[in-house]
Design a protein around this ligand. Structure first.
Ligand code: SAM
Length: 260
């Protein structure tokens, strides 16, 4: 039966062999590694990965894709299919104390919540290789002063090193998305880049700061931190949230942690 791409599942299937090869070479899967693919779809990258590492776990929400994937996989190796929502998937439980390599051409409609779900479990992850909307990769990689710099940049960079690798045009996918894409590597830090006493405080400060990007820190953080506490970190209370570095957000989060 022919499978119709479903928009609600963010289905844009890769069909450019050169891009598929480049992705697989970049990931460089090795036998014995714990690879997990999110959203295998019809298996464009699944089967080359499986051929290389012989055992692969995949998480796919669309149940109509499960049986064809299982049938085709037999020729390549052992494929374990979790017919589940990746947004609710317990990666730490699957890792069982080891570290997973997660990969995927992600459904763009849920990419931001999925990235937050993954970084919350980054202790169980060795690295992540994802195809995403190019704009999302730009936001993840942006530094202070850049118009793309925001909550996603600060929170991802707190957890991971971000390496945008290459751009991919809409023609590589079927159906073609309306946006450009980019392939990115995220590597959780083995040692934290900044010291944060309570990660929940960092999440709170960053969310609140970027809730109104055009306002000053003094205004956006009102109710959370007094101006004096902002000054104590060395940050300028009249600065805008887009000009505050990760180190300064960490210091602001530590002020909040001391207060509560
Ligand atoms: N990897 C395939 C490829 O490159 O051709 C498919 C990529 S397509 C952009 C995204 C895939 O993620 C689809 O197979 C879709 O069904 C699946 N998907 C969508 N939402 C999901 C979710 N919440 N959990 C797991 N898989 C999901």
């Amino acid at each position: 039966m022919k499978h119709q791409a479903r928009k609600r599942f963010g289905q844009n299937f890769l069909h450019d062999p050169a891009i598929i090869q480049r992705i697989v070479q970049t990931i460089s899967p090795q036998p014995g590694q714990r690879l997990v693919e999110i959203g295998p779809g019809k298996g464009a990258i699944t089967f080359p990965l499986l051929a290389a590492c012989k055992h692969l776990e995949v998480i796919e929400l669309d149940r109509d894709l499960v049986q064809p994937l299982a049938a085709k996989a037999l020729a390549f190796g052992e494929l374990v299919i979790h017919q589940q929502d990746a947004l609710r998937f317990d990666f730490a439980a699957l890792a069982g104390g080891e570290r997973l390599r997660t990969v995927g051409n992600l459904p763009y409609n849920i990419s931001t919540p999925l990235l937050f779900h993954l970084i919350a479990q980054s202790d169980s992850i060795q690295d992540m290789h994802f195809m995403l909307q190019k704009e999302v990769v730009d936001r993840m990689a942006a530094g202070p002063g850049n118009r793309d710099y925001g909550r996603l940049s600060v929170m991802i960079q707190y957890h991971c090193k971000v390496e945008p690798l290459f751009r991919v045009g809409p023609g590589a996918f079927q159906p073609a998305p309306r946006v450009n894409s980019a392939f990115v590597r995220l590597t959780p830090w083995s040692q934290p880049r900044v010291v944060v006493k309570d990660a929940a405080c960092l999440a709170t400060v960053v969310r609140q700061a970027f809730s109104q990007r055009r306002k000053t820190l003094r205004n956006t953080l009102k109710g959370l931190l007094p101006e004096q506490a902002i000054r104590a970190t060395g940050a300028d209370p009249s600065a805008r949230p887009e000009n505050i570095s990760l180190e300064q957000y960490a210091a602001l989060a530590n002020q909040l942690a001391d207060k509560i």
